[in-house]
Design a protein. Sequence first.
Length: 291
Amino acid sequence: MKLLWLTTALLALTACGPQAFVPSSASSSQTPAGAMNVPPKVDIVLGMSSNGTMKNILPGITSELPAFLEKLQNSGWDYRFVSIPLSEYHPTDNLNINGAVSVSKYDTNYPSGTWLPPFPGANHNTAPRVNPSLFAAFFNVSQFTSTDPNDAHESGFHNQLNFLYRNDVRNDFLRPDAMLAIITLSNGDDRSDWQWGPANTTDPGHPTVDSNTYANYFRGIKGSGSILKYYSLVSNNGVSCRGSASWNGQRYREMTGILSGASSDICTSAVADSLEAVRTNLSSVKLSFRK
């Protein structure tokens, strides 16, 4: 795909229906609202690979994600969270995420009975929010991820950008006063705008759009790289990962370096440890996002 096509596609995306939010199962150990600072906001988009190795990682993700979100909330974050696929065979421009977005108890989309006021005097009934009838139980990560061995073509940057530039995502999911954290969980590498090498050769091909160009598109979502982080939980080798083939996640790590996030080797690190690296990095910048 050419850069001109990418630019046109990102600017021409259409909305695809109402946004739904789901409360997470996280509980809070925070002090009463009147005694705390306003929780900083972070909107999290987790991009997941659907290569064969994921079948060995999904069980850990399913159990560790709720714990990760609970720790975020208990350390004072007001989060929104959604998961999307990275495969080019599962495009995100029309991905249905109704009933698939999790929010913290500080978010006014959380049911009023257990909502936590983010500051003294906050009113759940008057704060802006999406229709509460769209709430559902904590989502199942696997609904966005098939472990298909044929899904080796991973348009990671392209899928992430197509999703983030959607009208409904920009209007209903992303908050103007929130930090944006993009997490990539993959045993592969980005192949967006990729020129593949000749068939029956060892030539893997090369990108036609460099990582810095994509980084500028990511920055354009929020208007400033200072409130955007990119995290790479990827393979550090191109041989094997948890019993299956893997690709070196070089392009994803490049994006992490450009946008100042954190990287972890998902093939040698426990899922919990990789997610903790993300939380630790978020904690290091939390004070900058207090409002």
